[in-house]
Structures are given as C-alpha cells and as structure tokens.
Design a protein around this ligand. Structure first.
Ligand code: E4P
Length: 218
C-alpha cells in the first residue's frame, strides 16, 4: 500500500520524505489556501517545488468545472513535471475530461468520490487514481470504510486498473482498515500516519530495555 501525504506544507512533505516511506503527495485548493498560496502563478510554482522534492506522484487539482477549462488547466499542470497527476472532480465534465486525459497520456486522480457508482464511472473513464473521501462520509453517519471495500470488490471483479486512493483519512485506525479493505494508496496528514507508530507496549518495553542496560553497565 502506498502512502501519500495530504498537504501543501513543504515542511510536512520534507519531514514525510525524510522518513523514507513517502510515495507521493496529494493537495487540494483548501490545502493550498491554508498554506497561503494564492494566485495561479504562485500555485503553479508551488506545485513545481513539491514535484521537485519527491520522486512519487503529486496530485494537482484543477479549479475549472467545464470540459474545455479542465482540459486546458490539466494540460498546464501536467506540463509542470512528469510526476504531476491532474486531480479532476467527479462531475459530468470531469468524467469527459478524465477520458480525454487517458487518451492523451495524462495521468489523473478523480476526486470527491462518495459512491460506488461514481467509482465505476471514473474507472470506465480511465482515471489513474480514485479518491473516495472516507472521513467526510463518516461525518454524515454513513460508512466510509464500507465504500472502500465495496469499490475494491467491484474493481477486482471487473478488472478495472484504477488505483483506489483512500482519502479524507482522519486516524491511524482508518489507515489500517483501508489497507484491509483493499485500498492501493492512503493519503492523510503526517500526524495521522505517525499515529501508526504508537503502542504503549513498545514504550514500556523500550523503557525496560534501556533501564536494564543502564543497570548492567553501571
Ligand atoms: C485528498 O486528496 C483529499 O483532498 C483530502 O484527503 C480531503 O480530506 P479532508 O476531508 O480531511 O479535507
């Protein structure tokens, strides 16, 4: 399972990259705004910086919502670097644009996915990645993780090659369950991924090993 860090913060990307477990980066317009990156030129420059920092795929989201606009913006984003993946919303013109990008060798991430039906459309349109938003589904008391399992089953039965990118992850529990449910990738803030490290028995065991070492060497 691949790990993408879900942020536009260069510090967080660097920290995740330094761990040696980072496979890519996802961003969205809200994350760019949170870092104070505004204006199209600055946004493109920021994507360039991120794409230079990591070896893996960097999802860069289009703002346009009409077919021509999505295609124009997507081509400009894809030109930034070979590891840029164009992030396209799950809307009718987005599906048409996903097909266009597939036919023109541009890799994509279909975002804002909340149902298995949307996942089928995105796969048929040739999306490289599919981003179902687990946390936001849970927020409205539906079953985000159940959706990951359902999509994984459908994709396996149908032989779809689109990779399932579990997004809107809020906890380390989500990560483990998404892996079990068949997601190919998880994306989350570094803090959620670092939650995987934690276990009280590790802390207690390490404390005892170090104390015993000190006793034996005093
Ligand atoms: C990733 O591609 C998504 O944009 C992101 O995971 C959304 O997460 P959120 O629901 O926590 O904003």
């Amino acid at each position: 399972m691949k790990f993408f860090v879900d942020t536009a913060s260069l510090d967080q990307i660097q920290e995740a990259n330094d761990l040696g477990i980072l496979d890519g980066v996802t961003t969205n317009p809200s994350l760019m705004a949170k870092e104070g990156i505004t204006g199209q030129d600055n946004i493109y420059k920021h994507y360039q910086t991120i794409a230079d920092m990591v070896d893996g795929d960097v999802s860069a989201e289009v703002i346009a919502t009409d077919f021509e606009g999505i295609v124009e913006e997507g081509k400009r984003l894809a030109d930034i670097a070979p590891n840029i993946v164009v992030k396209v919303p799950m809307i009718k013109d987005g599906v048409k644009a996903l097909s266009y990008f597939r036919d023109n060798g541009i890799r994509t991430n279909c975002t804002l996915v909340f149902s298995a039906g949307q996942a089928i459309l995105a796969a048929k349109a040739g999306a490289t990645y599919l981003s179902p938003f687990i946390g936001r589904i849970d927020d409205i008391n539906w079953d985000g993780m159940g959706l990951i399992g359902q999509i994984a089953e459908i994709y396996a039965i149908q032989g779809y090659e689109t990779e399932i990118l579990a997004a809107s992850i809020r906890s380390s529990k989500h990560i483990v369950e998404a892996a079990q449910a068949g997601a190919d990738v998880f994306t989350c803030p570094l803090s959620a991924a670092m939650g995987l490290l934690k276990h009280p028995l590790t802390d207690i065991g390490l404390e005892k090993f170090l104390a015993d070492h000190r006793k034996g060497n005093s």
